[in-house]
Write a protein that binds this ligand. Structure first.
Ligand code: AMP
Length: 430
């Protein structure tokens, strides 16, 4: 199937061609026809599936065709499309998508988010925009100050609803929704569908069509996964070992805490590898700069917390490393979805300490897969056998059977050998 088959107008096709998009991704194939017909949509899909284009293309197309009918272009532009998304990074990224896909449509969009001065955003709004992409807090703030009105919105898109909930935005969302006109097309996206999300979707959507791109589909098909049993204190060593021995082009390392992210970044930098950390304590401009350097390949290792990583969209990302396993299994799916994007295949490696084995088990249950365990590495956990027994209680996967864990003695020798080699290499250097 091609974008022409989906009856995309030439103005948008031209932009897609420039970007090198030839075939729509599964979510685009399913969602675009529904949205072009004007129906509400409940999309269960994670970032990385081509979800942004799945909603931006049909919305731009409908708006463009409406605009031609009503020749609204001459007067002050009223905001007709509202996209609400949890993080600034995602808002910026979605804004870029609308701008590139809509380049030849003459439609105008702007992005509003907190953490920066509001002046430039207010200026853009004063000029009049067709499409607003916003994070909830700043949007409400500007609405209260009278700079944004939602009275004319005909298309509303709520993106990453499960993260809105995690980040405590639910009340803000309800306030925003209450200001939207009833007569509109509503789109609702979430990677996971816990009961609160199903309820919220029920409140917002009429009788929606549903499109589900299952996480297991997305992860199993594209991302090669592996887990390392390793003690907490050995995790930094294992990370450096992998960075030095594996073919890793660019890697996103997930840390549970902001402090941890900084600490890992320092260790990696000290080993002479380009690295930086992004998290909520850094200013927006510092985060943007780091992200830009990472995308350009100037930084090989980016260490991020889950929230800061939400908007990271790097096509060339070859690896994701979970320095800590998340305790919400859905987060694992979000994380590994950062690699293996629409065009590439990726590798996701996870470090699991003994107090994370329950998390690993929940993840395996969610993705309905046994993640292969790397049995041989210099830092195998002392309690590896017990951990494996716990994680694989219902039997071991084929990959695990092929790769039995070496004896405790062999593991100890391997670790000793690793440090010996390091010392010899260091002596030679000096
Ligand atoms: P998203 O899930 O919206 O974050 O998109 C993931 C990545 O896939 C982005 O880098 C998009 O530019 C890219 N992408 C989206 N649709 C397509 C397509 N049909 N062909 C190739 N790349 C795509």
């Amino acid at each position: 199937m091609t974008f022409e088959d989906l009856k995309i107008i030439p103005q948008i096709l031209k932009a897609l061609k420039t970007l090198g998009y030839t075939h729509p991704t599964p979510i685009q194939q399913q969602a675009i026809p529904i949205l072009l017909e004007g129906k509400d949509l409940l999309g269960c899909a994670q970032t990385g599936t081509g979800k942004t284009a799945a909603f931006a293309i049909p919305v731009l197309q409908r708006l463009y065709l409406d605009k031609k009918h009503h020749s609204q272009q001459k007067g002050f532009r009223k905001t007709q499309v509202l996209v609400v998304t949890p993080t600034r990074e995602l808002a910026i990224q979605i804004g870029e998508s609308f701008a590139t896909y809509g380049k030849h449509t003459g439609l105008r969009s702007t992005v509003i988010f907190g953490g920066v001065k509001q002046g430039a955003q207010v200026q853009a709004l004063k000029k009049g925009v067709d499409i607003v992409i916003a994070t909830p807090g700043r949007l409400l703030d500007l609405m209260n100050q009278g700079y944004v009105t939602l009275k004319h919105v005909r298309y509303s898109i709520l993106d990453e609803a499960d993260h809105m909930l995690d980040m405590g935005f639910i009340h803000d969302i309800r306030k925003i929704i209450a200001k939207l006109p009833a007569d509109r097309q509503s789109l609702f996206f979430s990677a996971t569908m816990p009961p609160e999300i199903v309820n919220l979707a029920g409140e917002i959507l009429g009788n929606p069509e549903k499109v589900t791109i299952k996480p297991e589909q997305a992860t199993a098909e594209r991302v090669e996964q592996a887990v390392y049993f390793v003690a907490k204190k050995d995790k930094p060593h294992l990370l450096l070992h992998l960075l030095q021995t594996e073919k890793i082009r660019s890697v996103l390392v997930f840390s549970r805490t902001k402090y941890g992210a900084d600490k890992i970044a320092r260790k990696v930098k000290n080993a002479g590898i380009t690295a930086d950390a992004i998290h909520g304590n850094k200013t927006q401009s510092a985060r943007q700069k780091t992200l830009k350097n990472f995308k350009k390949g100037k930084i090989k290792v980016l260490i991020a917390t889950d929230i800061a990583a939400r908007g990271i969209d790097v096509d060339e990302l070859s690896h994701v490393i979970n320095f800590n396993l998340p305790n919400v299994p859905e987060t694992y799916v979000h994380r590994i979805g950062r690699t293996g994007r629409a065009r590439a295949s990726g590798v996701a490696l996870s470090f699991c300490d003994s107090d994370e084995k329950t998390d690993l088990k929940s993840i395996q249950k969610l993705i309905k897969q046994k993640i292969p365990i790397v049995a041989e590495h210099p830092f195998v956990h002392e309690e590896s056998d017990e951990m494996m027994a716990f994680v694989t209680r219902s039997g071991r996967s084929k990959a695990q059977k092929k790769n039995p864990v070496p004896s405790k003695k062999a593991r100890r020798n391997k670790k000793k050998g690793y440090w010996q080699n390091r010392r010899t290499a260091a002596k030679k250097k000096s």
